[in-house]
Design a protein around this ligand. Structure first.
Ligand code: SF4
Ligand code: SF4
Length: 98
């Protein structure tokens, strides 16, 4: 986990991009589309400028789905954003301890 990552908020509070959920285990998008079931999702990206983690399946899905033409990145990214409910409150019921 990046030291500059923001803290995890309480359940239902807007996502901070702390990355805790995706570092622990892939969500349904990561499982179904990337076939990864355990540990850190391979689509998790660190945005150094924004100081937060971002979902690579939203930002640049063609990087992870080799069959997807790069010109469809924005279109597919919007669909994955809806699928993972990006922009909604944090739904990760996990407790972070130092
Ligand atoms: S959903 Fe919650 S745990 Fe996952 S990145 Fe956003 S704030 Fe962090
Ligand atoms: S697909 Fe995106 S939202 Fe889902 S676990 Fe991977 S990085 Fe996180």
């Amino acid at each position: 986990m990046q030291h500059a990552a923001p803290p995890k908020p309480a359940l239902g509070v807007p996502c901070t991009g702390c990355g805790a959920c995706c570092l622990l285990e892939p969500c349904p998008v990561g499982r179904l589309w990337l076939g990864s079931w355990r540990g850190r999702c391979r689509a998790l990206e660190w945005d150094g400028a924004a100081h937060r983690y971002v979902c690579g399946m939203v930002r640049q899905p063609a990087r992870y789905l080799r069959w997807l033409p790069a010109r469809l990145n924005a279109w597919a990214g919007r669909r994955f954003a809806r699928w993972i409910a990006a922009g909604a409150g944090c739904d990760a019921d996990i407790e972070i301890t130092d």
